[in-house]
Design a binder for this molecule. Structure first.
Ligand code: KG4
Ligand code: ZN
Length: 350
């Protein structure tokens, strides 16, 4: 009894196998409350290829998913000592993401579903990021607020029950991860910028530069484009004959981001009278942000649940986890084509 989960929405091809108490025909066993167990997972990142262009090249991303996905499926089945005939359901990200990249995963998943006569579960990638918080030992209880910070999204989301999502606030321009990537480029650091900025910031002074916090005190929406411009303008005024103080820039930028995300998260919890905040998405892998939120939320009396670091950036375990809970909430949709939705919102349900 296992769900094969596939993720191919951007530049990571990932496959996971989750053991779950679901019967072979896809119907659920009664009174299921245990979490699924990850039997095996595999991921191949395309970052080293895309790096040379400073960002993801969509056409190449699709090609690389096509070349890799079958190997990863076999690898995961081998690792878990399972075969295709053991599969109970196949789950796949169908949006949001790059259209061609999504089509690779959905086509493979639909083919498996048809050939093996098992349910096909289309999963919203953003739901995957949220359900990543269920992977660790420390799961949240409803209701909670999610701070979802990734390369494409920055959102505060109220979650009152399984798949009851309401966007409380979001970025009006760049996503938080995108800002990390752009600042890294301004500082001459490679793509993706998040981990590079984090590394540099460890050596820098967070108070070397006073970068602004756009939209501070103006509700729950964010703006990262203004912060990016402020950093770029500061860099432009620095003497060209001296080395750029990259570590100080990175540390000061990171502090401005952490302050903004934290203040708005606390406000979101207060406005919704919620006691728990979940941090998820690629930027949630940032240790400085994790530590900053931990301290500030503890002072504010709000519990913080961190998605496990290894499952913050794109992976298939989170897709399998979302699929498992989706199966419990909704009947398996009768879909016979590999549809993709590149612009899916977290509020969109099947
Ligand atoms: O969730 P994700 O893997 O993909 C999307 O769904 O967008 O997030 C990728 C983003 C990139 O912008 C990357 O720079 C950022 O997450 N990121 C980080 C860190 N690791 C990844 N940002 C800050 N610190 C990190 N350690
Ligand atoms: Zn993602």
């Amino acid at each position: 009894m296992c769900i094969l989960a596939i993720e191919s929405s951007c530049d990571e091809t990932a496959v996971a196998l989750l053991d779950s108490p679901i019967s072979k025909d896809g119907s659920l066993l009664q009174n299921v409350s245990t979490k699924p167990n990850c039997l095996a997972h595999a991921l191949r990142s395309q970052i080293n290829w895309h790096k040379q262009y400073g960002g993801v090249v969509p056409e190449q991303a699709s090609r690389m998913h096509t070349e890799t996905i079958h190997q990863l499926i076999e690898q995961v089945l081998d690792k878990a000592q399972r075969s295709f005939s053991d599969l109970t359901a196949v789950a796949v990200t169908y949006g949001p993401g790059l259209e061609g990249a999504l089509l690779v995963g959905t086509t493979v998943a639909m083919t498996l579903s048809r050939c093996l006569s098992i349910p096909y579960i289309p999963v919203n990638h953003l739901h995957g990021h949220i359900y990543a918080c269920m992977i660790g030992d420390d799961s949240p209880q409803f209701p909670f607020v999610v701070l979802l910070v990734s390369g494409g999204h920055t959102q505060l989301i109220s979650v009152t029950d399984h798949f009851q999502f309401k966007i409380l606030g979001q970025t009006r321009d760049d996503a938080c991860g995108e800002a990390f990537d752009k600042i890294a480029r301004v500082c001459g650091l490679p793509y993706p910028g998040g981990p590079e900025i984090e590394k540099q910031a460890e050596l820098g002074d967070s108070y070397a530069f006073a970068f602004p916090q756009p939209m501070r005190g103006q509700g729950l929406d964010f703006s990262f484009s203004g912060l990016k411009t402020a950093v770029a303008q500061k860099v432009a005024t620095l003497p060209k004959d001296k080395d750029l103080p990259v570590s100080d820039i990175a540390a000061s930028f990171q502090l401005a981001v952490a302050k903004t995300l934290t203040e708005k998260s606390i406000l979101a919890c207060q406005e919704t009278e919620t006691q728990q905040l979940v941090l998820s998405g690629g930027v949630a892998a940032n240790s400085y942000l994790r530590d900053y939120l931990t301290t500030e939320l503890s002072t504010a009396g709000i519990d913080l649940i961190l998605a496990p670091k290894a499952f913050c950036t794109d992976n298939a375990v989170m897709i399998g986890m979302a699929a498992y809970y989706q199966l419990q909430q909704f009947p398996v949709p009768k879909i016979s084509r590999a549809i993709v939705r590149p612009n899916l919102s977290v509020e969109d349900l099947l």
